[in-house]
Design a protein around this ligand. Structure first.
Ligand SMILES: NC(=O)c1ccc[n+]([C@@H]2O[C@H](COP(=O)([O-])OP(=O)(O)OC[C@H]3O[C@@H](n4cnc5c(N)ncnc54)[C@H](O)[C@@H]3O)[C@@H](O)[C@H]2O)c1
Ligand SMILES: O=C(O)C(=O)C[C@]1(C(=O)O)C=C[C@@H](O)C=C1
Length: 306
């Protein structure tokens, strides 16, 4: 077991990501104590039943008292309100970070409330599932996954190193990049795929000629992979769309143009165009597998071990 990197970790929000972090930190001994706060009493009680922490409070300001690492694990739309709430109770010298799927929004909404002497270093583990809530968490979620840190200009490099060491100790590889760049990259590799999944499953559901029973019956195909993503948490994804609006709209525009080109190729019987595209995309999947980033499994998700 590693020696504790932090004395007291405060987790605000204890769903899939907060719960997985609590368990990873516990298993690996990365903090002396864990303090947990979340919005609803029933979720907090469940966290206590699962023994995810040492201290529990419905008051986020109480939970962050004395913490040298504070991690916001709430939907990105809740970050600003939480930051305002905890700001007066943050300990000087503490690292304040988050796990949100959008990063420019965190700097815009959280940074103005962070007191002098507290180090804001936003983060994003590229690891998750379509499940939510404390029961969905598991300690190996972050292993062999990337975690991206987006320190604002002027961030203390020693604190960035310390947070990187924390994520590495959780089993992740760490990359540091500018928040705007993160948001563009994630818009295409994560946000757009989720929107496509929500859209295709919604369209299938709307089709009057295809009954729901047929959708279920024949979904042991590519459609099933879309249904997994489309089962992801509605609050989380609403907030992602609203907080990465520009990058998502940019990627949707590019996507729609390329889809129109595909539509045109089908209409005009341009088999060469279709074949060339499908060949190019097949090689991308193969290079991801060769790089060891994915097994040849039917979906890209990581499931909680049973
Ligand atoms: N689910 C994923 O695959 C995934 C992966 C990486 C990052 N993320 C990011 O992690 C964050 C948490 O996602 P999750 O999947 O753990 O969600 P979740 O729904 O499982 O958990 C969210 C938690 O936040 C709490 N919460 C909500 N609003 C709150 C508020 N105003 N104050 C205090 N607590 C509040 C909820 O009670 C719950 O405990 C999000 O920002 C999301 O973008 C999610
Ligand atoms: O595998 C999944 O279920 C996920 O959606 C995880 C996923 C992703 O798109 O890769 C989703 C959102 C996060 O911000 C990070 C990871």
């Amino acid at each position: 077991m590693a020696s504790p990197l932090f004395d007291r970790l405060a987790l605000i929000g204890i769903g899939l990501i907060g719960s997985s972090l609590a368990q990873a930190v516990r298993v690996r001994g990365l903090a002396q104590e864990i303090s947990i706060s979340t919005r609803s009493a029933s979720t907090l009680q469940r966290a206590e039943e699962l023994r995810l922490g040492d201290h529990y409070s419905l008051d986020a300001a109480v939970a962050v008292e004395g913490a040298d690492l504070v991690i916001l694990c709430v939907p990105v739309g809740a970050n600003e309100a939480v930051a305002k709430w905890i700001a007066p109770a943050l300990q000087p010298g503490a690292i304040l970070t988050d796990v949100g799927s959008t990063k420019g929004s965190v700097i815009a909404q959280v940074a103005p409330h962070v007191p002098d002497g507290v180090h804001l270093i936003p983060g994003h583990p590229i690891a998750g599932t379509e499940q939510s809530g404390p029961d969905a968490g598991f300690p190996t979620l972050f292993e062999d996954r990337w975690c991206i840190l987006t320190p604002p200009e002027g961030a203390d490099p020693a604190m960035v190193q310390k947070l990187s060491a924390f994520w590495r100790a959780c089993g992740s590889d760490v990359d540091v990049m500018e928040a705007g760049h993160h948001d563009l990259v994630l818009a295409i590799v994560s946000h757009l795929p989720h929107l496509i999944a929500y859209n295709i499953v919604g369209t299938a559901d709307d089709l009057e000629t295809v009954t729901k029973s047929q959708v279920i019956k024949y979904s042991a195909s590519g459609f099933r992979d879309f249904t997994r993503l489309a089962a992801s948490d509605p609050t989380m994804w609403r907030d992602v769309c609203l907080n990465n609006k520009d990058a998502i709209l940019e990627m949707l525009a590019r996507f729609s143009e390329d889809l129109s080109a595909l539509q045109r190729a089908i209409r005009w019987g341009d088999g060469d165009m279709l074949f060339d595209l499908f060949t190019r995309t097949r090689s991308i999947r193969r290079s991801i597998i060769e790089a060891g980033q994915e097994t040849d499994a039917p979906d890209f998700g990581r499931t909680k071990p049973s």
